[in-house]
Design a protein around this ligand. Sequence first.
Ligand code: MN
Ligand code: MN
Length: 471
Amino acid sequence: MSKKNEKKLDPKELAESLLLSRKNGFQKVSEKDLGKSEKFADAYKIFLDSSKTEREAVRTVVALAEKEGFTAFDPSRTYQAGDRVYVNNRGKALILAVIGKKGCKNGVRISAAHIDSPRLDLKPHPLYEQNDLALFKSHYYGGIKKYQWTALPLSMHGIVVKKDGSVVEIRVGEELGDPQFCVTDLLPHLSADQMQKTLAKAIEGENLNILIGSQPLDCDEGDNLVKLNVMRLLNEKYGITEEDFVSADIEFVPAFHAVDVGFDRSMIGAYGHDDRVCAYPAVMAALDVKVPEETCLTVLADREEVGSDGNTGLNSEFLRYFIADLAQAEGLEPRHVLSRSKCLSADVNAAYDPTYASAYEAANSCFLNCGVCVTKYTGARGKSGTNEAPAEFMGKVRAILEKNDVLWQTGELGKVDGGGGGTVAMYIANLNIDVVDVGVPVLSMHAPFEVISKLDLYMAYKAFLAFFEAK
Ligand code: MN
Ligand code: MN
């Protein structure tokens, strides 16, 4: 109870000092940051178009990093503060490291993103002909809504390893004038049965067949002449035979390029924002950080979209082994370095979408243009399958963001029991490292065309850089 004769409280003043208010970032950030976010977005779009698969992303980033003085890590060498190294894990995952003034005795700072995205992979025996059409059998990778992948221009990316061990690169459908490919869909006129099915069942995984040819080989007799003609063309261009698909990693992805979205050009629409929209700013933070106090790592992982299993995913030991190399070079016990390390798991969250409002709980969702999203936990069914950042680490990260004028927000992945998802956070936390998810809000996540805000993208960069530079 308060005394009656005290000064009357002003609710407006009190609310300002005590309550949360959510403001659109455009009303909060400086002109300078707005200008910088525009430039950052332009470079990001170029990165996206050159990095549509994990292999392409690794190649692009290695080239960028080498230009900035990064060299391939050699565990037998000793490194000094300011040295910049990278570890290329099988061409599909990458670690960039900048050696800090104090090395890793206080632990390392990690920003960990992933560079694989949902897509259609080819089966080992993909090529077939049916009713005078040549097609590829695919096996989708990651969580997709299959109906979104029909009647959409696709490009082909990947490598084929031939019997003699030589490697052939394939990238078709990205350059002007290239042919493109597609999965067909049934016309509405004949879809009476299909339209009765649920979205999950209307397009079957086994029907995601990619149309690749229709012209038979020019000859008078023989079977499967359309298929044979396609194989002849592939052989002419790449020197491969049908059997070579057995030792190939071929991915079909949306063929369109990254574009501005909206009359105000405030957003970017593209394939694969999840998670290149965090990978790119994490890379730029590693490239731009001045000699840091603690050694800083940017990790670009593969296999996140299928659960992080496999030796290029973060459920393997490749990150732990690298940190052990750094620790041993300084005469430190690797487990002590791990337990003192800190990590931002750089992955996207689902931006609130007013068209599907019922899937979200507005007070705990992240919004476009409200900045980088700090996600305390992901998971499903009562916080299962997730790392939850403890209050202490949330507090530290929050303080770093505030101190460095990073526009940030917090958000859960949709409503309780609405579904769920995970990130690499829990695998890194399992190494006894402090981890929290920090990333960019995305609309239409996992769709062939995802949307993000330029402002949020730039704030992710500011967040990762501030984390690396924090004392
Ligand atoms: Mn992701
Ligand atoms: Mn994802």
